[in-house]
Design a binder for this molecule. Structure first.
Ligand code: NAD
Length: 480
């Protein structure tokens, strides 16, 4: 049984309460590790350590801080196979996906911000013959970073790396459902000699550890990725404390195919956009809108490919999909498919759990599911399901599909398929999402602003946006 520990003030420790939580492997439904059931006392110790480390860390040169981050990045890549196996076991995601995407991206996050900070500059504003202003950007202090289970190390490091690069110290909390790779990251930090207290990782429940981070008066900046409801709760606590907040929340992303799209590409990418990571990516396209004159052709090609998708043991590279993250999440998916039926939806394929024999018999597997015949306003098409369930519906005009696309409270990402450049620009401009992909999906350049509109969040991550977020700007005005 793997015993996960907190990483506080440079050492690996148990929770002060000495209590532990069981951690389940989604593919088997069996407990395979335990994590500290930490509470506000552990968060207080971590925050104190981070506070103490702040003056040393923030006064190191950007180059020196960058060196530490680059070393961490290298170590992650050296242990890619080990990390990928851990991520796959912990989350149920296919091993090939962890190897191809999650772990390389976690390493890139450290390298990207570790090098980027050395090019980070601030603005200067010249007032004709009167004064010159310059913006001084300094690290803020102790940053709180809270991340979800769907891309565990990938999203955890997406916050930690810019926070540290900018000179802050960090108290971080991974999801209690997927704590393993964050634990292994703490071992790497010890290996590379990251100064004690610079990064602290506190494991445990959101209601205990997460809220303690958000409420802590010595943590003035919070970066959170997770569900919209949790984001709301965090904003309610952090708002009156005037904390700097970045909230990356849920999505209900449209995937729009116009009649002039290159059909084969649109279909193949739709498969990835719908079902990668069992549909548990905030960017997944869960509402497919296809122009009426190509609707039947698209639908038939798409369904043929969905039916051929293999679901099963995440360790087997032949399987495109692994297990859902938890029993609770599986039940949530089932309840949404039931709701879709009640709302008049027709299940074109899928719609059931999968029961495997042997060691996977207790695993949380669900069929890739496609539903037709629903109105764009029904709950199934308005609420985030966050699983392998998509709806498909026809549209006639550009105006109509823009209305459908913008009809939810979310505004994270969209994907538009057309070979008409003018139309692509027009629709991109009108769609209310923080990210618009034209003829692609999840093509990421780490320099671009990443985040959502409306209930999908507040603020942007990535590139200079992240480094600006994790620094406090101060204008210095010098009279000439
Ligand atoms: P969640 O909100 O339940 O949990 C996210 C993290 O917050 C976990 O570490 C959890 O322990 C912690 N937490 C829970 N309650 C808390 C509280 N009251 N105060 C502070 N922390 C608390 O989300 P989840 O189920 O882990 O993740 C799935 C959600 O994340 C989906 O809605 C998905 O769309 C969203 N997501 C968004 C993005 C994005 O970039 N916009 C990326 C990935 C996932």
């Amino acid at each position: 049984m793997i015993q996960i520990k907190n990483y506080i003030n440079g050492t690996l420790v148990d929770a002060i309460s000495n209590q532990r939580l069981n951690n389940i492997a989604p593919a088997t439904g069996k407990v395979y590790s335990q994590l500290p059931d930490s509470d506000e006392r552990d968060v207080a110790a971590a925050t104190q350590a981070a506070k103490n480390a702040f003056s040393i860390w923030s006064s190191l040169s950007a180059e020196k801080r960058g060196d530490y981050l680059t070393q961490i990045s290298k170590k992650i890549l050296e242990k890619l196979e080990f990390f990928a196996q851990a991520e796959s076991m912990d989350s149920g995601k296919p091993l090939w996906l962890a190897k191809q995407t999650d772990i390389p991206r976690a390493a890139s996050n450290f390298k990207f911000f570790g090098t980027g900070i050395q090019h980070f500059a601030s603005e200067s504003h010249y007032m004709e013959e009167t004064a010159i202003n310059y913006t001084l950007r300094r690290p803020i202090g102790v940053a709180g970073c809270i991340s979800p289970w769907n891309l565990p190390l990938y999203l955890f490091t997406w916050k930690i790396a810019p926070a540290l690069a900018a000179g802050n110290t960090v108290v971080a909390k991974p999801s209690e459902l997927t704590p393993l790779t964050a634990f292994y990251l703490s071992e790497i930090c010890i290996e590379v000699g990251l100064p004690a207290g610079v990064l602290n990782i506190v494991h445990g429940l959101g209601a205990k550890v997460g809220t303690a981070i958000v409420k802590h008066p010595e943590i003035p900046v919070i970066s959170f990725t997770g569900g919209t409801k949790t984001g709301e709760e965090i904003a309610r606590t952090a708002g009156p404390m005037f904390k700097k907040l970045s909230l990356e929340l849920g999505g209900k992303n449209p995937y729009i195919v116009f009649n002039d799209a290159t059909l084969e590409d649109a279909v193949n990418t739709a498969i990835r956009a719908s079902f990668t990571n069992q549909g548990q990516i905030c960017l997944c396209g869960s509402r497919l809108f296809v122009q009426r004159d190509i609707y039947e052709t698209f639908k038939n090609e798409y369904l043929k490919k969905v039916k051929a998708l293999r679901v099963g043991n995440p360790a087997d590279d032949k399987n495109f999909m692994g297990a859902l993250v938890s029993k609770q999440h599986l039940e949530k998916i089932e309840s949404y498919v039931q709701l879709a039926k009640e709302e008049g939806g027709i299940i074109l394929t899928g719609g059931n759990r999968i029961q495997f024999p042997g060691e996977l018999s207790e695993g949380y597997f669900y069929q890739p599911t496609v539903i037709e015949g629903l109105s764009f306003q029904c709950r199934t098409n308005q609420e985030e399901i966050f699983g392998p369930v998509v709806t498909i519906q026809p549209f006639d005009t550009e105006e109509e599909v823009i209305e459908y696309a913008n009809s939810t409270s979310y505004g994270l990402a969209s994907s538009i398929w057309t070979n008409d450049v003018k139309r692509a620009h027009r629709v991109a401009e009108k769609i209310k999402t923080g990210i618009v992909w034209i003829n692609c999906w999840m093509l990421r350049d780490l320099r671009t602003p990443f985040g959502g509109m409306k209930s999908s969040g507040v603020g942007r991550e990535g590139g200079w946006e992240a480094l600006r977020f994790f620094t406090e700007p101060k204008n210095v005005c010098i009279k000439l």
